[in-house]
Design a binder for this molecule. Sequence first.
Ligand SMILES: [Zn+2]
Length: 165
Amino acid sequence: MRLAQEVQRASLAELDAPCARGAASLARGTGLKTMKCPCGSLQNYSECCGVYHSGKKLAPTAEALMRSRYSAFAKNQMQYLRDTTDPQTLDTIDEEANQEWADRAKFLKLEILHSEEKGTKGVVEFKAHYSVDDEEYTHHEVSTFRKSHGEWFFKSGKVKAEKNK
Ligand SMILES: [Zn+2]
């Protein structure tokens, strides 16, 4: 991911703003104080990916895991990302870059293009829309997942990243 230079330009003040703004406008507009889940399910976070992040439940499908991992980036749940990555894959992950991404990017939308499961294998193609310093990007990836003892893990990702411009 070519984020290092882009993200450095984003100030922390800016990054904190969208959540606060979003929450405030949501509360004003609808009287709701709960936040919708970043994964785009239209459910409240605490009833959607929050259930997996808190460890109350395991993501039942590869797609659910994928969605919860996107939300984990948005919610800065880095431990969850580690916990749901295949231990063998974990060695190849640049966690610092992931952390930086989570810190600096605004996570705009997740689009699931395709998902399928066969036994203990799952494949999910998605586009993660995000912005850094007011520039929008799309991270297009085909991820593979593996189920082990009833638990889904992220195994590998083939990135098809492109810049929206
Ligand atoms: Zn969710």
